[in-house]
Design a binder for this molecule. Sequence first.
Ligand SMILES: [Mn+2]
Length: 342
Amino acid sequence: MRFVHTADLHLDAKTAALACRAALRRGAVDGFEEMIRYARERDIRYIVIAGDLFDTPHPSAAVSGRVAELMKNAPEITFLLICGNHDAPDGDRYADIDLPENARLFGKTPEYFPVAGGGFFGCGFGGELPAEMPRHPGTTVGIFHGRIGDPDPRLCLTREWIERSGLSYLALGHLHKMFGPERIGGTWTAHPGSPNAHGFDETGARYFFDVSIEGGAVEIRPVETGAARFWEETVDTSGLTYAELSAKLASAAAAYDEKDVIRFRLTGACAYPLPAAVEDYPNVAEIIDETTLPADSEEIAARPGLKGLFTKYMLEKIRAADGEEKRVREAALKLGWEAFDR
Ligand SMILES: [Mn+2]
């Protein structure tokens, strides 16, 4: 038995509208299409989606309609999906769509779906797993949205249950970062993570799994997707001039792929306003200023003359502020210094 295992695509997530070109260039729905193409090219007959295909129970008709169409246009593939905590229906219809005949949705009542060589046992979010798993001939693959020991009982699995389950493989969803595979008793469990990142809290490469089960042997192959990858890098500005810092950021940005979205976090003591962008690298989406004022700021404030007076005044203003307001005042001080030194 061979299948693709994915989860947490969170299609139609509002965060996908993030102001970064690369992420928008390769839409998450295109990633789903790529996954289907991957399966078709390798004659893989099943795609398991372990919850949260959509970000909401009511995705836009454009997105849900396209997903249903993509499934329908791949009639040789059976889509086995469960609802997750984000897309669990609040009425009686999943995602307001008419799923095609080759899609099998598992709801709150756990069900077994037999296929050649075994079957899939799915339990949608809000459903309860049977204390004792019914036994079926051949290979049984479980599908569940949750993880071991989650504080929410609806998302919680126990090692004991998995050990007793008799499942060959337990296809999990809910964690957005790849986790596992781990063998518990005779069962392999794994989280593929989201195949498409939704922001800087989901950095790095994204994957789905290509799983083959032959006799007792389970092979789990992570396949990197073409989705935009988010990265964050910290750069120390200490001792660098503006030109040196710009050059350093450009060379750091050059090390990333075109499909990557980068965020720089700048630290260290810095006497000039930071660049707002990196020239020639539009995939640097954000520059976070965590720099401090130079150590000699108080010294400058004590000097006679206009620059000293200005510095003294601004340092008082900075001390009286916090958060964003403090940042703005620090930037104003640095701009002022630049003007004085010119
Ligand atoms: Mn989830």
